[in-house]
Write a protein that binds this ligand. Structure first.
Ligand SMILES: CC/C=C\C/C=C\C[C@@H](O)/C=C/C=C/C=C\[C@@H](O)CCCC(=O)O
Ligand SMILES: [Zn+2]
Length: 620
């Protein structure tokens, strides 16, 4: 496919980003210099950002930045006042900030545009936690989550993954708090404006997109767990976190052997409070993780795929996630076994099927490369880019000569596109160039079905079932059991399985019609799955119980949906209870009672899932 045929077939425009008002063809940001003052009383950041912008055309005198709910105080260009105006507010893109420079630039010239502003207490990138919402209960806490398009609610910028820049930041926080960012720490000092505050400094010298800017401030402690790694969290969790992530250096070394040198210097891990909406976020130098996550091979892998080679727009998100899952599973292959990799791929295929079922098999958002014209990335997010992306790469691996051969391509792709942002077409052109002797094989791939057609992929890869066989056998036994067979089950059925296998066993059951209530009650009696604290197991078990209409599971499911806020768990649990007619009102009641303390993105998406009219709903 050529650029113009991709555009006409798919509606994708490779010259612009449908999720951003800023144009990356007229000018590009090269560096941000940030001064951030965190105000925990008002839940706002007072900010000043100096953007070093390069003109890409002659007679350049106007630029558009992305913003969302920002109060802009003033704008200067090379120190001179500049005119600015805020355009109409878009439902998810925010508000364009139009700036007119008091002079023209020629192509190749730079200007420093400085914006003084304040964020809104409802900034979608930020969650401000009260002391009661923290483990220590004494100090407030703030964290950001900018992916995909939320950085603009924290910093006015060209908020598109097509542009990469470095940054330097000075962050002022009350002296009892510690600030960390997605950058290398560069010292601290008492705030000269207020001796009750400390300024923390950060330096990010590797160019990166705006969605990877991240900040956290709280009563944080850290422990060194490797030559380039510290773990950070509230002191209540820091030793546990240090233990759980003790494999980090071994994984980093394995990843380097597979993908090339780690260029970001430090690799720290921050364990956040449980309301963090994702399992992990690959913020450079400082992976963010929820307490429910145990393995960070995925986030480590993003140091190459996503952070070094980045999707040009969110329509090409599979390039970030498909390659990252591929690399994550290659790390699993090196540290565990090929059978383990195959087993994980089997589970991934089920996650893909689950997303396709949730969206509907004809929904264009299940395309590997969807059009995001007028679609919020948050609404489009699912397992599809992860698992359809992985399935495509695994399928290509099978066709082109196996894991070693295909990993050679992935490593070469990373080297070729490091420090830049790419489209699917650029990836595909490179694939054809790399495998120039195997073009006949590549020409047999049904690219249109894989990339631009909704539903499950056109080919189901054959995975090795050695580790899945026990899970298949046990799930089949439960599915076929009559009431009189239930006494044949024993506690050792699950005790002999690894936690990965218990997850697979439950996932298999979730793919079928609900089990009779007698069966799930018996399962609890024998296996005591209510006692499992592994979030992946507990999540699937509680879904299974609610689907079988076990009323006693409803409060447990709602408790898990609100005790932690990882959307992967919280959204399906709320939806599952909502679909249990008798408890629909209870799902709504619990959501409305917790809404004010939830992350803004989570509460927005759960509102949509439960069809709550946010304009009328009381928040308490
Ligand atoms: C085709 C989809 C288009 C765009 C989606 C891009 C971003 C979506 C946005 O909602 C943010 C996603 C952030 C994800 C962060 C980490 C994930 O890898 C976590 C995956 C889920 C989990 O394990 O909790
Ligand atoms: Zn990821």
């Amino acid at each position: 496919l050529t650029v113009s045929s991709i555009q006409s077939v798919t509606g994708l425009n490779v010259m612009s980003d449908p999720c951003s008002f800023s144009s990356f063809t007229r000018c590009v940001t090269k560096h941000l210099n940030l001064h951030l003052h965190l105000d925990f009383d008002r839940h706002v950041i007072r900010g000043r950002v100096a953007l070093t912008v390069e003109a890409l055309e002659d007679r350049f005198s106007t630029l558009t930045l992305d913003s969302s709910d920002l109060s802009v105080v003033s704008v200067t260009a090379n120190g001179q006042p500049a005119r600015f105006s805020l355009g109409p507010k878009h439902s998810f893109k925010g508000t364009p900030l139009e700036i007119t420079l008091p002079f023209d630039l020629s192509r190749g010239q730079h200007v420093i545009v400085e914006v003084t502003y304040e964020t809104s207490p409802s900034a979608t990138a930020l969650q401000w936690l009260t002391p009661e919402q923290t483990a220590g209960k004494k100090h407030p806490y703030l964290f950001s989550q900018c992916q995909a398009h939320h950085c603009r609610s924290m910093i006015p910028c060209q908020d598109t993954p097509s542009i990469k820049h470095t940054y330097y930041a000075q962050v002022s926080v009350p002296k009892d708090l510690v600030a960390v960012m997605s950058a290398v720490r560069d010292g601290q000092e008492v705030d000269p404006q207020d001796s009750g505050r400390i300024i923390y400094r950060f330096r990010q010298t590797v160019p990166m997109p705006s969605y990877l800017i991240a900040i956290v401030a709280g009563a944080l402690e850290s422990r060194e767990i490797g030559p380039r790694t510290r773990v950070w969290s509230e002191k209540e969790f820091v030793d546990k976190a240090a233990f759980e992530f003790s494999e980090t250096e071994a994984m980093l070394k394995t990843a380097e052997e597979l993908a090339g040198p780690y260029v970001w210097g430090q690799y720290d891990v921050l364990v956040l409070p449980p309301s963090f909406p994702y399992g992990g976020m690959e913020n450079p130098c400082l992976t963010f993780a929820t307490p429910t996550v145990l393995v960070i091979a995925h986030e480590i892998s993003h140091s190459w795929t996503g952070n070094l080679v980045t999707n040009k727009t969110w329509e090409h998100f599979w390039l970030n996630e498909g390659h990252t899952v591929y690399l994550e599973r290659m790390i699993g292959r090196c540290l565990e076994s090929e059978q383990f990799r195959q087993f994980k791929a089997i589970g991934g295929w089920k996650d893909l099927q689950d997303s396709v079922n949730t969206f509907g098999a004809n929904n264009p958002l299940t395309n590997l490369v969807p059009s995001l014209q007028d679609v919020s990335p948050d609404d489009a997010f699912s397992s599809v880019p992860y698992e359809k992306g992985f399935a495509l790469l695994y399928y290509l691996e099978e066709q082109l000569g196996g894991p070693e051969v295909f990993m050679g391509f992935v490593k070469s792709y990373i080297q070729r596109f490091a420090y830049s942002s790419v489209t699917t077409e650029e990836w595909k052109n490179y694939l054809f160039a790399y495998f120039k002797d195997k073009v006949d094989i590549l020409n047999k791939v049904d690219w249109n079905a894989w990339m631009f057609t909704p539903g499950m992929p056109p080919v189901k890869p054959q995975y090795d079932t050695t580790m899945a066989d026990a899970c298949n056998a046990l799930s089949q036994k439960w599915l076929q059991a009559k009431d009189q067979d239930l006494n044949s089950f024993k506690r050792s059925d699950v005790k002999t399985l690894s936690s990965h296998q218990v997850i697979e066993f439950l996932s298999l059951l979730l793919q079928e019609d609900p089990l009779p209530l007698t069966h799930v009650k018996k399962m609890q009696e024998i296996y005591d799955l209510n006692a499992y604290m592994n979030a992946e197991i507990r999540f699937r078990w509680l879904r299974l119980c609610v689907r079988s209409r076990w009323e006693e599971a409803v409060p447990l499911a709602l408790k898990m949906a609100t005790d932690q806020g990882r959307m992967k768990f919280t959204r399906p649990l709320f939806r599952e209870v909502f679909n249990f007619e008798k408890f629909r009102d209870e799902a709504l009641r619990v959501f409305l009672a917790h809404r004010a303390g939830m992350h803004p993105v989570t509460s927005g998406l759960v509102s949509k899932d439960l069809k709550v009219d946010v304009s009328n709903a009381a928040s308490q």
